[in-house]
Every structure is written in structure tokens, then in C-alpha cells.
Design a protein around this ligand. Structure first.
Ligand code: AMP
Length: 193
């Protein structure tokens, strides 16, 4: 089973993807985590990636597409995977369709997690407070505003692309973690039925 979690930064995609990995044995593929790992390596490319991420912009489509294309062919993805943070542009969505077709796989579910902007800022402020010195370098109000704009300008246009194929299910991401999890589990059961 292959699914996509879509939603603005701070919507809870990572939290729900981790839970889905544990519950259903699907592999969480977070492009943000992969990029942060590469950035931490201290290589030349890593330093470039960190600069882009700290600005709140997106890293180039080609790089991300190659990264995911390699990753989905690893043995731990055989049972299926949850895409968390990918695709983030229409170009990435089109490339995903192509790579899934080449690997004889399809998309089973696309979940849009809806959270209003005020709540996203409240969550950001809590994360900053809780993380203290370990705060993510792109978790500050200025960069977050940029990340939100990028979401609206470049990522949200993916939704009509998938909606036209009748594949999008909406989840109310304003609720607590367990309630959101229940909504997602209900969609998973419906899909498996
Ligand atoms: P995330 O952890 O998903 O919020 O991603 C953190 C940052 O990594 C983003 O603000 C982008 O700079 C970069 N990033 C993550 N996923 C992608 C993607 N699919 N395409 C381009 N850039 C990405």
C-alpha cells in the first residue's frame, strides 16, 4: 500500500506517518528527514541543502525526485510506504506517477490534513519552546511564514491534480493526535475492505 500525507508544515504529517509505520508496517519516507541527514553530513552538497532549507524554500525537484526514486526500490519499501513531505510540487507529483508505474506500484490513498493558519503558528510556538536549544533551524516565525507561502504557492496546486483523479480524502488536522489517528485509521480500513 502506498499513501501520501499532504498538508502544510506543522499539520502533523510526521507524527501520523510514524504511527502508521508502527501500526501497518509501511515505511515512512520523509524527504525533510532525508535532507536534514544529508545536511548534517557536512559535505559541500549538505551545506548547500541546509542553506536552502533554512531559507524556507524548496530544494530542486530533480534532486528530490532521484532521491525518492532510489529509496522506493529499497527492500524495506516492499510492503508499501507513506510519503511524508513528498510530492511538494506538481512536477514532483508527475514524476511520482511515472516512477510508481515503472515499479508496478500505484497510489492507494492521499490524505490531506487540514489545519488553519492560527493553529499552525500556535503549534510552531510550542515546538520552539519545547525544543529549547535543539530547535530545528527552520522552525522560527520568519522562515515558517516563507514555508507556508511555499506550501500555498507550490504544494497546494497538487491537490486539484489528485482531486481530479478522485484520490483525495480530507482529515480534520485541528483535532488532537489520537483523534486524527482515528480518522486516518477509518480511511485505512475503508481502503482495505
Ligand atoms: P519538512 O521536514 O518536510 O518540513 O521539510 C523541511 C525542508 O526540506 C523544506 O522546507 C524544504 O526546504 C525541504 N524539502 C523537504 N521535502 C521537500 C520536497 N519534496 N521538495 C523540495 N524540498 C523539500
Amino acid at each position: 500500500m502506498q499513501l501520501i500525507l499532504l498538508g502544510p508544515p506543522g499539520a502533523g504529517k510526521g507524527t501520523q506517518a510514524q504511527r502508521l509505520e508502527e501500526k501497518y508496517g509501511l515505511k515512512q519516507l520523509s524527504t525533510g528527514d532525508m535532507l536534514r541527514e544529508a545536511a548534517a553530513s557536512g559535505s559541500e552538497l549538505g551545506r548547500e541543502l541546509k542553506k536552502v532549507m533554512d531559507s524556507g524554500a524548496l530544494v530542486p525537484d530533480g534532486l528530490i525526485i532521484d532521491m525518492i526514486n532510489d529509496r522506493i526500490q529499497e527492500p524495506d519499501c516492499v510492503k508499501g510506504f507513506i510519503l511524508d513531505g513528498f510530492p511538494r510540487t506538481v512536477e514532483q507529483a508527475e514524476a511520482l506517477d511515472q516512477m510508481l508505474a515503472e515499479n508496478q506500484k500505484g497510489l492507494d490513498l492521499i490524505i490531506e490534513m487540514q489545519v488553519d493558519e492560527q493553529e499552525l503558528f500556535n503549534r510552531l510556538r510550542s515546538r520552539i519552546e519545547e525544543a529549547g536549544d535543539n530547535v530545528r533551524s527552520d522552525d522560527n516565525e520568519e522562515t515558517f511564514r516563507k514555508r507556508l507561502k511555499v506550501y500555498h504557492d507550490l504544494t497546494a496546486p497538487i491537490l486539484p491534480y489528485y482531486k481530479a483523479k478522485g484520490m483525495v480524502q480530507i482529515v480534520d488536522g485541528m483535532q488532537g493526535i489520537n483523534d486524527v489517528a482515528e480518522q486516518i485509521d477509518a480511511l485505512m480500513s475503508k481502503k482495505a475492505a
